[in-house]
Ligand binder design. Sequence first.
Ligand code: GLU
Length: 467
Amino acid sequence: MDQIITRFPPSPTGYLHVGGARTALFNWLYARNTGGKFILRIEDTDAVRSTRESVEAIFDALTWLEIDWDEGPFFQTRRYDLYREYIQKLVDSGHAYYCTCTPEEIDAMREKAMAVGAKPRYDGRCRERGLPCSENAVVRIKAPLAGTTVIEDVVKGPIVFQNSELDDFIIQRSDGSPTYNLAVAVDDITMGVNLVLRGDDHVNNTPKQMMIYKALGVPLPVYGHVPMVLGSDKTRLSKRHGAMSVSEFREMGILPDAMINYLVRLGWSYGDQEFFTRKELIEKFTLKNIGRSAGVFDQTKLLALNAEHIKAADPAELARLLMPFLARIGCEPTDMGQVEKAVKTLVTRSKTLVEMAEGARFYFTDIDAYDDKAVEKCFKEPAADILRRIIAALEPLAAFDEKNLEDAFKAVMEEMNLGFGKIANPVRVALSGKNVSPGMFEMMDVLGRDLCLDRLNKALSFVDALA
Ligand code: GLU
């Protein structure tokens, strides 16, 4: 079999949204699974709605998701000569023709069709007139007059269109610009795309594009139309369902691997497995497991999956991803080893990188104030005594390794005849500002000896002042 060549051709009229990202991902995964090629093409022919900012946002989002492309980005606006060449070929071979019908004539045709309950369509009046190219002429393709056009859809099964429903649609406007379907078909043909996998909002474009392939005498690609992503109310996902663009999820502290895991599961399954690493997805992705029913976007599930990915991630990689979130809250640690250690203490406590950064704040900034409830609960008698004894037990230690720390705590527990919890309470508040924190010894290891002693002494002064 030939090498699989897939593509993702977003229109840069906004941010990369969940549905588009899923389409990109499916195409990318299939290319990677089969050793094929994945092409990125920017469909920017709509000069009014396309923006450079959207193009950048799409690149950023794909890069964040680690969806890389083998060819491109191609821009349709730079390919007009090629489209013109193909339009000319179609005219020369008698598969397309110039049409000079005026807008009034077209409107009249529409009204006439609608009056008898038919679909508004062009009635083919210039089809056999053999008109030459002229200033206001458009170019129309000759649609088949009878029979059917069938999409052998790998996702939905065969989809049948009556050719009588398809009219001679325009492939070149009077200003010489190509229309959407012409540009897409020419691009897919010339880029060698042999799998067109896209949202099912494009189903109605497919017979038109197939017509162009047939007129050019080139083999059709394989088509697959993926159902749309829905919001919780089962309507098509849109802004009113909350976060929609991939960059918003990035800001929320979702990991790229969790995002692609969640996106893929919105329209593809592998038994009842929910958690997949990127490598596993590449290995396991097949077209036949793409679902026929629409996926429903559920942010709670995405967060739960993100928590799983945080637990499974490589701490060094997590530390790297966490840095911008730390910077956002004013923490700029320089020792990556320390950040990695901090991350390890927080992986089971964080659903997002935003939460993780918040949880790590006390490691990297001074504690300005102790939590009120924690003070009330943990800085009461005999907190001062505990802190004094813990400081005395810790001070002689050269290294704050787990064994040393455990011995120091044990000694104080015995001296005071108190359990670990009682001893740990004021120490925890002294070190973290709160009465909930990562495990005591791992937290002390991240803070290091000097900072621990400094914070314990400060807390002792605070507690003494309370008395
Ligand atoms: N540019 C189209 C879109 O953004 C994609 C067309 C296609 O996949 O053929 O929806």
